[in-house]
Write a new protein. Sequence first.
Length: 446
Amino acid sequence: MKHLYTLIIVSILLVSCADIKTDNTLTDINSRAEQYITYKKSNLNSQFTVLERTSNLDDTFKNKFETVTSVKALSDIYFNYLDSVKSHVKEYKSLSGKAAEINSLQKEFFNKKEITKVGRQFIDVIENFKTDLTPYLEEDYPSIKMALDSLFNTNPVKVLNTGKEDYLSFKFKGVSNATAIANLTLLQANILTIETQLMSKIMGDVQSSANAYKIDVVLTKTKFYPGEKVRGKLLINKSAENLVAKDVVLNGKNVDQKFVKDGEVEIVFDAPKSIGDHPVEGELTVSQGKLDFTLYFNKSYEVINKPKAKTTTKKKDYNDTKVITDSKPKESINIGSLAIPEISIRGKQATNGVIKLTKSSFRLATIDVVIPNSDLEGIVTEFSFKPDNQPTIKIYGNKLTTKAISILNKSKRGREFKIFNVKSKLKGGKYYRLKTPETIGVELID
């Protein structure tokens, strides 16, 4: 899809400076440009929303958000004007019943060899678009200003074999309705290209700002024994005035305010009994003046077994002392008597059939199983991963594949993924296959 939009932009530039008037060529470009417009409008609206939220978090983005708002308002005016002209041509084309008939704009823009008042108004609209946008781009975004001048250049066009032709005649004189519509669509696409370039410049800074508000999870160490105190801090990675940490939710539990001090949050909780990776994740509400906003954090640590002391006996043999290690005989395992395993992800088990995770936690997690009322450990060998509204992916092993992670990265907060058909075996037991756990859902919280 990315290559398609790159091709469209190249096509836009070519049509702006080349002698392309064939219906087949421009009808195809028109179709692609319409796809480009639909895609870009959706993408720009999403980016606009992100920038609006970020401007509320960081005062340094208020001016940039105002710039984007002003440019968007102007662009909408000119985009809608072109839309109305295009609708007029489509209506004429429909009434005439002949796609190849000379377009309606030729009759409105030209009187024999002269350009009419309506035609000059059309040129004025394009020139006004450049004039109105220039103050927002010239000083801070000179490269976008150059693109604006190039894409909306109304100077005479060089035409092969015939020298030069004025802009309006080149676009609309002697061409069909289909070609006229294509040229209008390309102008609309050019408007969105300018908006996209501006947003791209600013959104790069927005991403930096978002990273600046990142919560750092700092633990005293990375490995803990079962029941040991896990200690550390949550640090707001942002040097901004009046930034105060308020409510904190850590691993699903509210943190007492006594642990919130000087913009930091002290971490103290007991490590769980289950061996393996476990999360430190949650959300922190931060206040800046009268504004409250929520930041998300996550990190993992490992719970490991305590080293076991060896049982030894000393046996005297010809004045030499030998240390002999006693070993217990292996107990037989009755698989049928074991409870149905339960799916566990980052130390969490489902509540009402759902585990809530951040993207990064889910992306790095292993799919595990816990056997209730047993000290035995299970290992997942395969499972099925089913995103909402998309086909099931069968995965071998206990981690998400590249394809699954790609889907996850594109998903929004609240999306749910089903984990089912989990195959597992006892750790160290090649032939000890466990029962299939119940299906669970994983809901994204960021």
